[in-house]
Design a protein around this ligand. Structure first.
Ligand SMILES: Cc1ncc(COP(=O)(O)O)c(C=O)c1O
Length: 401
């Protein structure tokens, strides 16, 4: 059962979007060596970046730094490096995907002046599509399940895109958000374009041509594992395949949230989640408080990634909640739910492989900021209502030798 979340006023939401953009412009640092954890040159790094002039917001997408997650790295004796995707101008890794989808469609002539882009999304992609569409002069309509954190809906609206909220439903239901967006695009006529992040290979291309080569360069190819959740599968497919092609021994690992069937697909070849059993689900789609990842169907982008995935870890909502609080209070990193899932899986990999103390390098994705999740994942009252404990002991037990 989805419980209603505390609403944001439109003014607060607009302030949130614009303050995030302002913070990004001010604090986005120049890249450092991944193992340099020093803090003394922060001011120099900031001023170096702020001297750049870029030709519009789209030029701020990508080229994100890798940030060492100090508390986890120090406790485990490995290098856990997070790709700081929350620094993208639309606030998430999905900016790359939106830019790639729209640019490829423009090249094919499927998006042109007067076009409206339609997408069905549980949040981040909608914000990114709205931002990229507006920056390029197009309209956008975003269909979202109505249990998505309200902050995300307000951000889409702040860009002037149209939002349609629908009841969460199964993918076989024509009112499901992806199906509804596809239908609206078709109904709109020749100027309607369905972005289709789940099936569109442009999603995979964004990562294999962008995120992955950046990680390769930043680590100088010294990488032992890459860990990511999958929402559409684009990130793990694009980065996983790029790395595997160059380093067959690199471990590509799926971080799967509760309620998702992908863990079983990777480990046992069958897509199944026990939380999907009849009568046990609290939410439609994927039964978790985590937003953006988890799947119970195979998408084109997941299929591209499956051959590259070596292992998978399940992460409970309680573990993700604990990890987000841990890195906020120990590292000053305010992260969203899928980033927290990724970091829990990093710790589980170290414990399973006995990499503790070996200084191996594990790269993961810090997909978006916790400020996108104040009404649910970062709302202790809300979590209490849906029986998710806030228990820091869960992280301590992952870090304990
Ligand atoms: C916040 C967040 N994290 C992670 C992901 C997963 O990325 P991918 O779709 O590439 O699997 C998404 C996807 O929507 C997301 O919104």
């Amino acid at each position: 059962m989805a419980l209603s979340a505390t609403p944001l006023t439109p003014t607060h939401a607009a302030l949130l979007v614009f303050s995030t953009l302002a913070i990004i412009a001010l604090v986005r640092p120049t890249r450092r060596s991944p193992k340099d954890t020093g803090t003394s040159d922060d001011t120099i790094a900031l001023s170096a970046h702020s001297s750049d002039v870029v030709p519009g917001v789209l030029a701020l997408i990508g080229n994100t730094p890798l940030v060492r997650v100090n508390s986890l790295s120090d406790a485990l004796g490995v290098e856990i490096l997070g790709k700081a995707e929350f620094l993208n101008p639309g606030g998430s890794v999905k900016d790359r995907v939106a830019l790639q989808i729209i640019t490829e469609a423009e090249r094919r002539g499927e998006i042109r002046p007067g076009s409206r882009v339609f997408e069905g999304t549980s949040g981040s992609t909608g914000i990114s599509i709205a931002m990229v569409a507006k920056a390029k002069g197009y309209d956008a309509t975003i269909v979202m399940p109505d249990d998505t954190a309200v902050e995300k809906m307000r951000s889409v609206e702040a860009f002037g895109a149209t939002v349609e909220r629908v009841r969460p439903a199964s993918i076989v239901d024509r009112r499901q958000y992806v199906n509804r967006a596809k239908h609206l695009a078709r109904e709109y006529g020749p100027l309607g374009y369905f972005a289709d992040q789940f099936e569109n290979h442009a999603n995979f291309h964004a990562h294999i041509t962008g995120t992955a080569p950046e990680i390769w360069k930043q680590t100088k190819g010294e990488i032992d594992a890459f860990i990511s959740g999958a929402g559409t599968g684009g990130t793990i497919a694009g980065v996983g395949r790029y790395l595997k092609d160059r380093l067959p021994d690199v471990r590509v690992v799926l971080a799967d949230c509760q309620g998702s069937g992908l863990y079983n697909k990777v480990k046992h070849g069958v897509m199944y989640s026990d939380r999907e059993s009849e009568g046990t689900r609290r939410r439609h789609q994927v039964d978790t408080v985590v937003e953006g990842i988890g799947l119970n169907r195979l998408t084109a982008n997941v299929e591209l990634g499956l051959p590259a995935i070596d292992d998978a870890f399940r992460v409970s909502d309680a573990e993700a909640v604990a990890m987000a609080r841990h890195v906020a209070s120990h590292d000053g990193l305010l992260l969203g739910s899928s980033s927290a899932v990724n970091l829990v899986a990093c710790c589980k990999l170290v414990n399973k492989t006995q990499w503790r103390g070996t200084k191996r390098t594990i790269v993961t994705i810090l997909c978006d900021s916790g400020s996108r999740h104040f009404s649910k994942f970062w709302n202790d009252d809300y979590l209490q209502k849906i029986d998710i404990p806030v228990n820091s002991g869960l992280v301590e037990s992952l870090l304990r030798p």
